[in-house]
Design a protein. Structure first.
Length: 138
């Protein structure tokens, strides 16, 4: 939602520019997203008291129902505000959920603080080449 969507769109544009097949899912539907031979780059904000944003609720519930995601490679980008004690809790919880289902984390979670002077999308775009390098080694 909001900043997370914008970060996701900026990253997708950069990936496409580099010839990397990319799909953006603002309202992700788990059953419609390939889990094998793909890499998920999940970008989420934290809502309220550490909750997932509304557009991810059904997606997360579907992931909870799955027993095995061993074929899935993923990375998480979380956006949050360090003035809250639930800073980036949704991103942390999403990463932990995927790991608990056997999915393979490609890169450490990127946490973006919206209070930083640098725009979140600029920080994410600066991080992207190192992520692409890790992805290329798979």
């Amino acid at each position: 939602m909001g900043s997370a969507e914008y970060v996701g769109e900026q990253l997708a544009e950069q990936l496409i520019t580099q010839g990397i097949n990319t799909e953006v899912h603002d309202q992700p539907n788990f059953s419609e997203i390939n889990q094998e031979n793909t890499i998920w780059l999940l970008c989420t904000s934290t809502y309220g008291a550490g909750d997932y944003p509304e557009n991810l609720l059904a997606f997360v519930e579907d992931i909870n129902q799955v027993d095995d995601l061993k074929g899935l490679n993923f990375s998480v980008i979380g956006l949050g505000d360090t003035s809250y004690d639930t800073y980036n809790l949704a991103g942390r919880n999403l990463e932990q959920l995927l790991l608990s289902k056997g999915a393979h984390r490609i890169a450490d979670r990127l946490e973006l603080n919206i209070l930083d002077e640098q725009l979140p999308e600029d920080t994410a775009l600066a991080w992207l080449p190192s992520w692409i390098e890790k992805v290329s080694s798979i």
